[in-house]
Design a protein around this ligand. Structure first.
Ligand code: ATP
Length: 243
């Protein structure tokens, strides 16, 4: 039992949730280490959404709303941490939601799809094929889903697939706390923020934009600026850490 007055309460609850999901087989054991890397970068960010991340989240909303065929790609960590937030985002932007795993078994895919469905997500399932030019199992996707998408939101991605998707001419939106990762540097737009903070911001921006009924025009993105701002925020915190 984690005492609610513990100074790291939220982080400990999240770890416990991920560990439970790993025991069930939803999160891979490797996914726990990936979460640890994310936590370290979040510490440097001050565990808050920075102004540049908020700007990236609003830009992501505009990209999703102006897409012809937007798809949200889900892995085990994303499902365990944010199934409800994915359901809300899907309602706000109308994207397909498809499971795509590095440590892929049919059993894991089914467990994650079921978890998402219970949380209210309309999951795009069905026959997957080895369609992406990758030697690992992230290559498996659906022809009418991710393969034909024009905009793909890839929370917690690995750099390989991000590169392949971008190489196919897709607009790739990544959520990654590490501004130095290959994913962050390869994506069209990188949101350097924690997943469960980022998703509700994108959803709320989608709702605002839909209500405003603005013309859907091309959305300019300067990812180099967004990554430099994230690095600047982290460096500034490090420089003043002991003040
Ligand atoms: P790359 O292949 O892109 O260089 P990597 O090898 O670090 O990256 P993974 O091991 O798949 O890729 O790690 C996933 C990434 O997700 C990490 O960079 C980590 O910072 C990030 N991450 C983990 N948990 C979260 C979270 N909750 N919110 C946002 N980002 C996260």
């Amino acid at each position: 039992m984690i005492p609610p007055d513990h100074p790291r309460y939220r982080s400990l609850v999240v770890r416990e949730r991920l560990a439970g999901s790993a025991r069930k087989g939803i999160v891979s054991w490797e996914g726990l280490t990936a979460h640890g890397r994310g936590e370290a970068f979040d510490y440097l960010l001050g565990e808050r959404t920075t102004a540049s991340a908020l700007f990236a989240e609003r830009t992501a909303a505009a990209l999703l709303l102006s897409a012809r065929h937007p798809v949200i790609s889900i892995n085990g960590n994303t499902a365990a941490l944010a199934a409800g937030e994915i359901a809300a985002l899907q309602k706000a932007c109308g994207a397909l939601v498809e499971v795509n795993l590095f440590h892929r078994t049919e059993r894991r895919v089914k467990m994650i799809e079921d978890l998402l469905t219970v949380a209210g997500v309309d999951v795009f399932s069905g026959k997957a094929e080895r369609l992406l030019l990758l030697s690992h199992d992230r290559a498996w996707c659906r022809r009418d889903g991710m393969y034909s998408a024009d905009v793909v939101l890839v929370p917690l991605e690995d750099g390989d697939r991000c590169e392949v998707l971008a190489g196919m001419g897709k607009t790739v939106i990544a959520i990654d706390l590490n501004p130095l990762s290959r994913t962050a540097r390869t994506a069209t737009l990188t949101i350097v923020d924690e997943l469960t903070r980022a998703l509700p911001q994108i959803t709320s921006a989608c709702r605002d934009l839909s209500q405003a009924g603005e013309e859907r025009s091309p959305v300019p993105v300067d990812n180099h600026y967004l990554l430099s701002e994230a690095i600047r925020e982290m460096t500034a915190r490090l420089s003043h850490a002991l003040d």
